[in-house]
Design a protein around this ligand. Sequence first.
Ligand SMILES: [Mg+2]
Length: 113
Amino acid sequence: MKNNDSYAEMLQAVQDFHDKHEFEKYVGEDMVYRVALMAEELGEISACVSKGKTIDQLSEECADLLILLLGSAIAAKFDLNEAFWKKMQELSVRSSKMIKGRIRVSGFEESHE
Ligand SMILES: [Mg+2]
């Protein structure tokens, strides 16, 4: 039975989508192209927030971006599930700071963020 909470099922659904439209063959997995698509979706998310659109619209645009992120993991051949948990582990031990009235958790002591 399908488990909607499973990363593996989500990744497979995106893989099936790529296969159906032959993304690998027709340059749909080119990372420069994919970055442009992700930027476009981020712009749509931004418009939802800045133009006061509904939560349904916002969630749809976030899903678009998530699908592209999963597709980018397929395209660039990395394990996004593993990267997610590795990063969450790193974040879990970081401290937070208030910067201009907003909380920020970042690698303040590190050279990269
Ligand atoms: Mg969209």
